[in-house]
Design a protein around this ligand. Structure first.
Ligand code: RTP
Length: 134
């Protein structure tokens, strides 16, 4: 048993496309618990902190515009091996590699506008939960 927590963020396109309920239903049906959740409008500094590993990438301005384009829905999920489990449910960043049945594979058609973020390691999960929930 490896009960852990992860930070999941439904990005602005998920809210604009009214996919919040659909994605949350999948998470609940899988068996993960939502232990914290809130709607947030991010600003440029917190986006730069969250995507610090990408700020020098040519696509960063597009990523920043996307993340500023509307509210996001942040959640802390708890469950057994939930970090890996959610990354599997999300599918890879590149939507063209995301298999049907994954969230990105079923609903996203673009590498940037890919609906959802999930922590990739226990260390980033801890930092991200602290960043967005204090
Ligand atoms: P996330 O942090 O959002 O879960 O995404 P990830 O780990 O799957 O991927 P990462 O490489 O950290 O990229 C973060 C987000 O940047 C956008 N992106 N655009 N080539 C591009 O235009 C490009 N590459 C990445 C995506 O929104 C990605 O989720």
């Amino acid at each position: 048993m490896l009960t852990q927590q992860t930070y999941i963020m439904l990005k602005p396109d998920a809210l604009k496309r009214q996919l919040l309920g659909e994605i949350i239903t999948r998470i609940e049906k899988k068996g993960y618990q939502i232990v914290q959740a809130k709607l947030m409008q991010l600003d440029a500094p917190i986006i730069a902190e969250h995507y610090a590993h990408l700020t020098d990438q040519p696509f960063y301005p597009k990523l920043e515009r996307y993340m500023l384009s509307g509210p996001v829905f942040g959640m802390v999920l708890e469950g057994e091996d939930v970090i890996r489990g959610m990354r599997n449910m999300m599918g890879p960043t590149n939507v063209f590699e995301a298999a049907p049945g994954t969230i990105r594979g079923d609903y996203a058609t673009d590498v940037t506008y890919n609906l959802i973020h999930g922590s990739d390691t226990p260390e980033t999960a801890e930092a991200e939960i602290k960043r967005f929930f204090g």
